[in-house]
Design a protein around this ligand. Sequence first.
Ligand code: IMP
Length: 209
Amino acid sequence: MENDELNISMMKLVFATHNEHKLKELRSKLSQLGPDRVHWEIFSLDDIGCTEEIPEPHETLQENAMAKARYVWERYSLPCFADDTGLEIDALDGRPGVYSARYAGEGCSFADNVLKVLKEMKGEHRRSARFRTVIALILEGEGHYFEGQVEGSILEEGRGDGGFGYDPVFMPEGYALSFAEMPLSEKNRISHRARAVEQLIEFLAMVDG
Ligand code: IMP
């Protein structure tokens, strides 16, 4: 049954992203909970007419995620959440971390970043790493954080052509496949972002009553 039929008023919530893939993932997870549990309607930046790329100038995932959520809250007065993700490699003292998107320099491609990581990890025996996602939510002017991570290791070379970013060189713990080799549905079930999103959704369902 649709929410309209149940006569439930939907509350607006902005996801501070231009990334259609992330939106689809979130909406799909929300719909799995069922209309009687979640009464939020999700809007992207494009949906609210915000075409800018919101800056991520800080040195932690938390600060960047909150800065993006606050940007929307201050300009549009709408409840909002934003995410920031980093790949943390133990042998590189946690790099690329918060610099994951631009590790090989401003304007670099995913392939440039992967090459840089592979070069730095050449001959390194300690391969452990994790993806970590932080979501910052501003609701009624108050901030909340949610976090998800997935442990794994860095491969010696890229494998697979699915996913994006560092997926070809990241193999999650307990799997013999890189993120880029596994079906997207499986990655979306176990990923750092999925885990953070699940916590956000649980929280929203709770404040929803
Ligand atoms: P963002 O904060 O989600 O934009 O992520 C920052 C950077 O981390 C991206 O530009 C990617 O390089 C990398 N990244 C984030 N999520 C993933 C993922 O699921 N797989 C591989 N790389 C990712």
